[in-house]
Design a protein around this ligand. Structure first.
Ligand code: S3P
Length: 169
């Protein structure tokens, strides 16, 4: 399907990299969270609060299935938990070349410590939550990825250059 797909933990830079890449590659960027919010006519926080995480995860799989029918040669940025589901890993591979933007827990914590929009990081000990979730998810991200890009300490220009050098789709 020729898409460039960005995966990785919350706060790893998928949205910013996706937007900047869209200018450089002259492709549009699609964000699964935004697609789901548009479809559901409510925010991710509202979806989690009213219907719970399993419902949101089903929305993510449905969103990928729809993208498979509608989207080629674009950039797709996906929610941080989406690659955990095995079926989603298969769908991501079908959709295109998958880049894992890999960040250390410390980098993520510094970026997200004041964030209120990620339901999974609210409440006590956000740093501990990030460390635990990242450790759990890293193997799934690697399983879903064609290319791993380490982002810690790099400028967006450096990250973009690395992606552009390895884009084949
Ligand atoms: C989530 C990441 C969020 C969003 C939701 C759940 C996760 O997306 O899908 O809050 O499980 O990691 P971002 O990675 O774009 O923040």
């Amino acid at each position: 399907m020729g898409n460039v797909i960005l995966i990785g933990f919350m706060g790893c830079g998928k949205t910013t990299v996706g937007l900047r890449l869209s200018y450089r590659l002259r492709r549009t960027v699609i964000d699964t969270d935004k697609e789901i919010e548009r479809e559901e006519k409510r925010s991710i926080s509202e979806i989690f609060a009213a219907d719970g995480e399993p419902y949101f995860r089903d929305c993510e799989t449905a969103c990928l299935q729809k993208l498979l029918d509608t989207t080629s040669n674009q950039i797709i940025s996906v929610g941080g938990g989406l690659p955990v589901r095995e079926e989603n890993q298969r769908l991501l591979h079908e959709l295109g070349q998958v880049f894992y933007l890999r960040a250390e827990a410390e980098t993520i914590y510094e970026r997200l410590k004041d964030d209120t929009t990620r339901p999974l990081l609210q409440g006590d000990d956000p740093r501990g939550k990030i460390e635990t979730l990242l450790r759990e998810r890293d193997p799934y991200y690697r399983a879903a990825a064609d290319v791993v890009i380490t982002v810690d300490g790099k400028s967006f220009d450096e990250i973009l250059r690395e992606i552009e050098e390895t884009v084949t789709e």
